[in-house]
Design a protein. Structure first.
Length: 144
């Protein structure tokens, strides 16, 4: 359903870069939710410029993120429900960034994940398409 919404938004606003950036983010979480590595791979840059910060851990470069973070999570997470809200894109030439709120639930390694937080994504336009180069999410601190 999210893919259909994102695809229709891209068609409805072919010259609106903010809509295109928003679509990439929605397509990324929809692909993650489905466990669709091929779809996710099309949305990300593949070089050393990629960085991902989640839960106090950093991945540097596409290969590190792909092999040590993305593929294991796509394989092991089940019953994933992943949503982005309040997406606020900003575009400057061939660079874009967006802040967002997220929620995710999933079954992972015998436990239930139920998280919310905020995030930032950075994208670069390459070959006419926006590619994710940085992803950072942060969950609220747990009370002591």
């Amino acid at each position: 359903m999210i893919m259909a919404i994102a695809a229709s938004a891209a068609v409805a606003h072919p010259t609106d870069p903010a809509a295109a950036v928003r679509d990439v983010l929605l397509q990324n979480v929809a692909a993650f939710e489905r466990g669709d590595y091929a779809a996710t791979e099309r949305l990300w840059a593949h070089g050393d410029e990629v960085s991902v910060f989640e839960s106090g851990h950093a991945n540097y470069g596409w290969a590190d993120y792909r092999d040590h973070h993305l593929k294991p999570e796509l394989t092991e997470m089940k019953n994933v429900h992943y949503r982005l809200d309040d997406i606020r894109p900003r575009i400057r030439g061939s660079m874009a960034w967006a802040t967002f709120k997220y929620s995710i639930t999933a079954d992972y390694e015998g436990r239930k994940i139920d998280g919310t937080g905020i995030g930032t994504a950075v994208m670069e336009k390459s070959g006419g398409a926006w590619k994710i180069v940085h992803w950072h999410t942060s969950a609220p601190r747990k009370k002591p």
